[in-house]
Design a protein around this ligand. Sequence first.
Ligand SMILES: Cc1cc2nc3c(=O)[nH]c(=O)nc-3n(C[C@H](O)[C@H](O)[C@H](O)COP(=O)(O)OP(=O)(O)OC[C@H]3O[C@@H](n4cnc5c(N)ncnc54)[C@H](O)[C@@H]3O)c2cc1C
Length: 341
Amino acid sequence: MADILLVLHTGSDGSFSKGALESIATTVDLSSKLGGSFAVGVIGAGAGAAADTIAGCGAEKFYVVEDEAVAAPRYSSDVKAATALIQKAGAQIVLAPGSSRFARCMPGAAYRAGAQIDTHIVALAVEAGVLKAQRWYYRQRILTTLSRAARPWVLLIEGGIQPAWQGAAGVADAESVAVEFTDAELRTTIKGIESPATDAQTIRPDAALLFVAGAGWTKKQADGAYHIRDASNLIQGFLKKAGASLGSSKSLVDLQSDGQETLSFMSHMNQVGQTGTTPRHAKGLSTCCHGEEPHAVGWRFINERRAINMDANCGWAQGKADVVYIANAFEVIAKVNELLG
Ligand SMILES: Cc1cc2nc3c(=O)[nH]c(=O)nc-3n(C[C@H](O)[C@H](O)[C@H](O)COP(=O)(O)OP(=O)(O)OC[C@H]3O[C@@H](n4cnc5c(N)ncnc54)[C@H](O)[C@@H]3O)c2cc1C
């Protein structure tokens, strides 16, 4: 019996996501630190073929649940399949990528398997033979290191903490784990998927650059007029040309809920800050945003920061950015877009 079980799911095309491949690297690393072995369990469409693509990862054993019932995400069937894999493998430590599919079903699977679970894990270490996990609390302000005596212990791993595993495909010779699903468990079905056009998808976690738009874009400019259409075109043009991810200040996205005319492609999902997100990108460019602390705290993981603001006393100029351009963002971004071609 392996010491660690890594549970993965395939995507609708039967392949593994980047997050799944990263969690393989985390498992290989932890297994070598613990000096034990690991098994891999795969749920979803084409699970057996997907297991073959990672046959060279060093797993002692592969298990699959590739029943039609788990081809698409659904809490009731996913929770049952994951529970079956945990029970079948009998491992003391269960790792899984913190995908939306697993974030939904793994707590239920852990409960059914009599396991404890911790989510949003950003690091795993072994000290004096004891497994220690790290996660952030209180919006990335407090980093905690924890261990648990209870077993099995399920840990959902965050994306981006390891490079994606790369290795040889082969023959995984996976054991199929039979799971009986009741009609009630199959009651919920996916009728269709509505997704935004790819160019309307402004949140891009893998982008090298975070472009933040602040409320200044929607304020009266030097000529006494609003230039919201220009702002939309400039920002969308920049995002397209630079492949950047779009962040926002709270003031900008709040305008929309206040019923004011604003940037139509912006939503609260874009909000960066204390009550927004804390994205991770190599670089960040803030435009027309004051850089107040409740916003700038969301830049914790942005390594190189630049800002464009007309106000030389803005928050960014108070030590929160590496470079501040005291300039009109409308003019700067128009010029940058022109240079980007
Ligand atoms: C409990 C709490 C939680 C909060 N959480 C968040 C949060 O999660 N995220 C967040 O963003 N805020 C948050 N806030 C609000 C935050 O304090 C600020 O009010 C908000 O970030 C201000 O947004 P802004 O800088 O876009 O707008 P403003 O303060 O209105 O600043 C607009 C800026 O645009 C500049 N500007 C205008 N025109 C131009 C131009 N042509 N070129 C260049 N610059 C120009 C102006 O100089 C100004 O600095 C929170 C506040 C509280 C109390």
